[in-house]
Design a protein around this ligand. Structure first.
Ligand SMILES: [Zn+2]
Ligand SMILES: [Zn+2]
Length: 322
């Protein structure tokens, strides 16, 4: 299982950190998690395209996580996709996608008539509104949704991606969340959002309740290390930085005070081999701490329990990133 950060930012516009988005690749399948600003450009830079995406998983419906969904759909069509996007998201996703496609109907009609492409299937989407629990199963890959605490946004999910060899947890947007910690216990890699907390700033708290509220539904940098420790994560990979510019040294010091394991400050286009706990980027292969010993028996057992129809898999692009 190869995990790639596409965008590690937040609503703030930053050319170094695009909007929140990431992919999981396994055995030729590509799964996209969230679709923030710049997703399609980053997909291509990562050696994939929207046409390759087998399923899209949305953690929640905040605009920074879904704003490029239409761009994904239309660009995938231009890339020759001949099937709809399969979208898994919280309640409200159907309404959002339906409205989005309706809004662009005049554009679709004009393009279909003028460009005369062989298929129009890619201009649609099949949406599954999810609840907590197992939501997807394809071959060895199983995806579980966990309700997280991003109040007042409800529901909001984190996801677990599991194969017999690898376990990956993605927090989505959340404040400290015991349910996520429980579900993520012992994962190889925990991808977690972080709000950069610079200590008490009384003037900000008094004068800027907006900032205070933003912090209240994210996980502060003085808390996220504790989350990784309690989850017994193999590697903590930080992403979704609020704000996008910060003192990295200070952040590492803060987080490592609570977590002894490897801590990665995520970068756009960083690849991680989840089972091997290795960074595969920029021409290097960097092992992160002790390697796990054997496949997780529980994940293996669960992965064989259920089989269901899944979207067909696309050609593998994984070789481009190793
Ligand atoms: Zn967000
Ligand atoms: Zn959010």
């Amino acid at each position: 299982m190869i995990f790639t950060l596409l965008g590690t930012g937040c609503p703030q516009v930053d050319t170094r950190r695009f909007g929140p988005s990431q992919i999981v690749r396994h055995h030729g399948a590509t799964y996209l998690i969230d679709c923030g600003s710049g997703t399609t450009q980053r997909l291509m830079a990562a050696g994939a395209t929207g046409a390759d995406v087998d399923a899209v998983f949305l953690t929640h419906l905040h605009s920074d996580h879904i704003v490029d969904l239409f761009q994904l759909i239309i660009s995938s069509w231009h890339q020759g996709r001949d099937r709809p996007q399969y979208v898994y998201g919280p309640k409200g996703t159907k309404r959002y996608v339906k409205g989005l496609l309706k809004l662009w109907q005049p554009e679709f009609k004009q393009r279909i008539a003028h460009e005369k492409r062989t298929s129009v299937a890619a201009l649609g989407a099949e949406v599954v509104e999810i609840k907590a629990g197992e939501i997807f199963h394809a071959g060895e890959m199983m995806v579980t949704a966990v309700v997280v605490d991003h109040y007042p946004v409800r529901p909001a999910f984190g996801f677990l991606f599991e194969t017999p060899e690898a376990r990956l947890a993605i927090s989505g947007d959340t404040t400290y969340c015991p349910e996520l910690i429980e579900a993520a216990r012992g994962v190889d890699v925990l991808v977690h959002e972080v709000y950069i907390h610079r200590g008490p700033q009384p003037s900000m708290l008094v004068e800027d309740p907006g900032s205070r509220n933003v912090q209240s539904y994210h996980t502060s940098s003085d808390v996220v290390g504790r989350v990784a420790r309690e989850a017994d994560a193999g590697v903590l990979l930080l992403s979704h930085f609020v704000p996008t510019r910060f003192d990295e040294e200070e952040l590492l010091q803060q987080v490592s005070a609570d977590f002894d394991g490897p801590i990665l400050i995520g970068e756009d286009l960083m690849n991680v081999d989840v089972a091997g706990r290795r960074v595969l980027s920029w021409g290097m292969s960097l092992a992160l701490g002790k390697q796990p010993q054997a496949p997780k028996p529980e994940a293996k057992l669960r992965a064989t329990q259920k089989t269901e129809a899944v979207p067909r898999e696309s050609k593998t692009r994984t070789r481009h990133i190793i």
